[in-house]
Design a protein around this ligand. Structure first.
Ligand code: HEM
Length: 916
């Protein structure tokens, strides 16, 4: 821990909790004596368990090994480097840092004493001073053991581990309640002892720790955590951030940012933009109740996260594998001692999850992503095998990336229903019902999600190593005994409800002024102070986007004004134009500088394709002349590709050489591209039987090139005729000296009229627009950068609309128009009406429309309310029915036993007791 990193804090002194009084000591002794027969009675069952469990565990280990070998053997991805390594070897690495209490003989002893330990744990829950005593003894064991360099065996140490599990079970998984109980039992100070280190939930201290160096030891929170059986030891979450930019932690973070999480990354914005549509398609039972179920939420979140990172929308089966990361999260943080009591059965389950995740990567041929990532590391930090990096990064994606947003989404859904979340009890909604909670959400979705995550933090803690000197510096008055160091955990979920920071902490209030001070994402995320937190969660934006998307599908399925759009709706702005230009340059540079083999290796292009064009459907099927299509990592469904002939080359400005389209599907046999072009590029020689190439196109979908409009040779008229309104068209108008005018042809009928408008956009704007009749008569001329026209056509010959640049920079021209058969731009009935329409009329109509809109919104809100009420009633009815059933069963049981007793009693009554 860096010296001088902390400002002095005023904290309450170290607490050890009240000691037990005589009565309590007597009660503990008495219960233990009475529990002795129980211990003896349970012995046969324990022996059975000790015999059977290792067998079950052995079988699960064997099947895991076979599966890992099968995954290794698949090698489906030809682009995976030779350095991939072996999953089987990775999963069979030996355990490290096993202390005496968790060695097998000790574990067997603990298993035999289990009933006594459990009785003591229940006692500790009922008698808090006894709890404090066990915690004190466990602390002594831990600190003195580290101090003298040997980890001893201790009954209290076992007790403590199991005690925590018992507490969690007792308090319904709500960790905050467990921490509150622990803190209270140990005297209610600002920190308490928690098994393997100190925990604190004071906002001021957790904030300081979040800003400082979070020096991680082996494993997550504990030196005896199950490493590496469950954790990949080098995963970013467990690495210290105490080093410079060249540290493994820094490079891991950089690589995650560059490849996946940067909003400026090649795919991020586009993929996030696709999420809503994909979720809508695959969510079978969308409702708030459904989302409030963590299993459902985790399946949806897994799909979203995997799609944003890898561009594949998982099938139901695949998503249920990934969602185990959220469901099995408690197993991942279970200490080794507890895992060993279950004879490593759950360790195999954790390993199985890691293996299945890597199998998914292999199935989707994504191994090369990790090979490429690994090659960007400096030699000191490069993993020997790519599979190690894959395992480590997928662990983080699962553990942090799926677990966190799943809990957040489920809690948001619960709060939208005005119910308590799984993670937090006692939240007050100020009398709000689901109806008003939804209205509150719509007011500010991000604040709603942040407030939900403050009160019901999806991630509970982070840890740091605490040395004696740092403890002194922090002014904690912490007792480290003989130990040089221990762990200190910042308990985020307790600090987020610290009343000293957040008055009325359990009141749900997204408008609270200091909401960004919550430490939910390992620091004050979304505040002006983000930079002060070196380990701030890099997935914070994505988590908000995902939760928002899921809520939006439920609350505003057909678009929602209230929502800040996840990705800006396509419209050509100056910035997009610049982005498009930059992308176009990048595409051209890649195409011209990279060889065909390099393009395939990069996953951005392929040369030597045959093509079949289905003109009616606008579909091009591309297949490779040399067999199966090689895997192209960057070209997947939804991406824009450029199709050109091999001999003609790529020229994005010339539609006769290069056309564009969107990838509809890709398989090993062919790629199907949907295009709006009427024909394939003709190449230099013209004619048929060309070989084609496909290259990844500029990435801004909104900015589709429509060059066939600008290509008079292709001969398409302005796209629509006769009373149809044309959507806005865009094309690039080259600099004055770079090319001739861009012209469009049309043949409107006699007496028709053409109405339209145009606008030029560029660093310097200047355009001359002319409309010329078939006989060469100029009907319209305008040199302004924007304008409107409305011209009556008198000849049935082709007319020409030309745009000529008058400046030396290229500009984007957008225009739309309307051809009207009646020749006046209005409907004839309208014309009659127009004469009588006054402003008063239009105001009335406007008012009426506004009223209708308000009523429609009202009805929608009422419907949502009715749905929620119906759900609540159904739940109440179901629970009443269940209770009635149990009551009836109990009655039946009592009646049967009563009847049996009566028969027995009557029989004995009539029996002849004495034979004289
Ligand atoms: C509501 C959702 C989320 C919450 C509350 C959250 C919170 C956190 C917290 C508190 C940490 C620090 C934990 C520790 O160091 O022990 C963390 C780390 C991390 N999170 Fe998130 N997270 C969320 C979603 C995500 C997502 C969607 C991703 C990306 C897929 C992600 C990626 C990471 C990574 C890579 C780290 C490790 C950073 C480091 O150690 O430097 N998180 N997150």
């Amino acid at each position: 821990m860096a010296s001088g990193a902390y400002a002095p804090l005023t904290l309450s002194a170290a607490q050890t909790g009240p000691s037990m009084n005589c009565c309590q000591i007597l009660a503990v002794i008495l219960v233990n004596v009475l529990a002795l027969p129980l211990q003896i009675l349970a012995l046969p069952f324990q022996l059975l368990f000790i015999l059977l469990m290792p067998l079950v565990s052995f079988c699960s280990a064997l099947s895991l090994r076979r599966r890992a070998a099968a995954i290794d053997g698949r090698a489906e991805d030809p682009l995976v480097a030779q350095t991939w390594g072996s999953l089987e070897e990775l999963l069979s690495r030996p355990a490290v840092s096993v202390d005496l209490s968790a060695t097998w003989p000790m574990v067997l002893l603990a298993a035999l004493l289990l009933p006594m330990i459990l009785v003591n744990n229940l006692l500790a829950i009922w008698i808090p001073p006894y709890f404090a005593h066990i915690a004190r003894m466990a602390k002594w064991h831990q600190l003195s053991a580290t101090g003298c360099g040997k980890v001893l065996f201790s009954w209290y140490y076992w007790n403590w581990h199991l005690l925590f599990g018992t507490l969690i079970a007792y308090m319904g998984q709500r960790r905050v309640s467990v921490y509150a109980f622990e803190g209270e039992a140990q005297g209610g100070g600002d920190y308490w002892w928690h098994g393997q280190g100190y925990f604190t939930g004071t906002h001021a201290l957790v904030d300081q720790l979040a800003m400082g160096v979070q020096d991680r030891g082996l494993g997550r929170a504990a030196f005896d955590a199950v490493v590496p059986e469950v954790f990949p030891l080098d995963s970013i979450i467990f690495l210290p951030n105490s080093h410079e930019a060249t540290s493994k932690w820094a490079e891991d973070r950089k690589v995650m940012h560059d490849f996946w999480l940067s909003e400026q990354g090649p795919n991020y914005a586009q993929r996030v933009g696709h999420l809503k549509g994909l979720v809508k398609e695959s969510w079978s039972n969308p409702s708030l109740d459904n989302l409030a179920n963590i299993k459902v939420a985790s399946v949806l979140v897994s799909r979203c996260v995997f799609y944003v990172f890898f561009g594949h929308w998982l099938t139901d089966e695949e998503a249920s594998v990934m969602s185990r990361w959220a469901r099995d999260a408690p197993l991942l943080v279970t200490p080794r001692f507890i895992h060993r009591l279950a004879f490593n059965f759950f360790v195999h389950q954790c390993k199985d999850l890691r293996a299945e995740t890597i199998a998914l990567i292999s199935k989707h041929k994504l191994g090369h992503v990790f090979s490429t990532m690994n090659s960007t590391f400096s030699s000191a930090n490069r993993r020997k095998y790519d599979v190690d990096l894959c395992n480590e990064l997928m662990f983080v994606i699962g553990f942090a990336g799926i677990g966190g947003p799943s809990r957040a989404a489920a809690s948001v859904a619960k709060f939208l229903l005005a119910k308590q979340s799984e993670d937090q009890a006692g939240v007050t909604f100020g009398g709000a019902n689901s109806h008003s909670m939804i209205a509150l959400y719509k007011k500010d979705p991000k604040a709603f999600i942040m407030e939900t995550c403050r009160i019901s933090s999806p991630v509970g803690t982070f840890t740091t190593r605490l040395t004696a000197s740092a403890a002194k510096e922090l002014g904690l008055g912490l007792d480290l005994g003989k130990a040089q160091e221990t762990h200190l955990a910042g308990v985020i979920n307790v600090s987020n409800v610290d009343p000293r920071k957040f008055p009325e902490p359990y009141k749900f209030d997204p408008a609270r002024p200091n909401l960004p001070d919550a430490l939910t994402w390992n620091g004050k995320a979304f505040s002006s102070r983000e930079c002060d937190y070196p380990r701030l969660c890099p997935g914070r934006d994505l988590s908000i986007q995902i939760v928002k998307t899921l809520a939006e599908v439920l609350l505003c399925p057909s678009g929602c004004e209230c929502m800040n759009p996840v990705v800006q709706v396509p419209s050509v702005t100056g910035m997009e134009r610049l982005e498009y230009e930059a992308e176009k340059e990048a595409v051209l540079e890649r195409v011209h500088k990279r060889s065909a083999n390099q393009l395939v290796a990069d996953g951005t292009g392929i040369v030597g394709l045959g093509a079949e064009f289905d003109r009616n459907a606008g579909r091009i099927t591309l297949y490779w002349e040399y067999g199966h299509l090689p895997y192209l990592s960057e070209i997947s469904r939804g991406r824009t590709v450029l199709i050109s002939t091999v001999d003609g080359g790529v020229d994005v400005e010339d539609a006769s050489k290069t056309i564009s389209g969107e990838v509809e599907s890709v398989s090993s046999d062919c790629m199907v591209v949907v295009t709006q072009y009427e024909r394939l590029p003709a190449g230099r020689r013209g004619g048929r039987n060309h070989l084609f190439r496909a290259d990844l196109g500029p990435n801004i979908v909104a900015y589709k090139r429509q060059p066939w409009f600008a290509d008079a040779g292709i001969g398409c008229w302005l796209c629509c005729r006769c009373n149809a309104t044309c959507p806005g068209l865009f094309f690039e108008l080259k600099a004055k000296s770079a090319g001739p005018a861009e012209c469009f042809k049309a043949t409107p009928g006699h007496g028709h009229s053409v109405h339209g408008s145009y606008e030029a956009d560029g660093p310097n704007e200047g355009v001359l627009v002319t409309l010329t009749s078939g006989s060469g008569k100029e009907l319209f001329r305008n040199a302004n950068p924007s304008g409107r026209f409305s011209i009556e056509v008198m000849e049935e010959l082709p007319h020409k609309l030309c745009f000529e640049s008058s400046v030396e920079e290229s500009q984007m021209v957008s225009f739309n128009f309307h051809v009207d058969e009646h020749g006046d731009g209005t409907d004839h009935h309208d014309k009659e009406h127009m004469e009588y329409v006054t402003k008063e009329h239009t105001d009335k109509v406007e008012e009426l429309v506004a009223k209708l809109e308000a009523k429609a919104n009202d009805i929608l809100d009422q419907q949502q309310y009715a749905i929620t009420r119906e759900a609540v009633h159904r739940e109440t009815a179901e629970s009443t029915n269940a209770r009635v059933m149990w009551w009836t069963l109990a009655e039946v049981a009592v009646l049967i036993s009563l009847a049996a007793f009566q028969v027995y009693y009557l029989r004995s009554y009539f029996e002849v007791k004495q034979i004289v």
